[in-house]
Write a protein that binds this ligand. Structure first.
Ligand SMILES: [Zn+2]
Length: 70
């Protein structure tokens, strides 16, 4: 498994949280689920504010894209 949106040398993930209204850094322990989809790896992150964020890490994309913002 490879972390998504990870900076070199760290194990932090970044994703946009709509409740925060900004990009938030998460530790790997914030990950609640990882799914393989035809579009790429979908990672579910539980934000510190309780928001569930799904991040799609496409193989063709260098940057993770926010799959949905529920
Ligand atoms: Zn948040």
């Amino acid at each position: 498994m490879q972390p998504v949106g990870v900076a070199k040398g760290t194990l932090m993930l970044s994703a946009y949280c709509p409740r925060h209204g900004s990009t938030v850094l998460y530790s790997p322990s914030s990950i609640t689920g990882i799914r393989n989809t035809p579009l790429g790896i979908e990672v579910t992150i539980e934000c510190y504010c309780g928001e569930l964020i799904e991040v799609l890490s496409g193989a063709s994309s260098a940057e993770p894209a926010v799959a949905s913002a529920r």
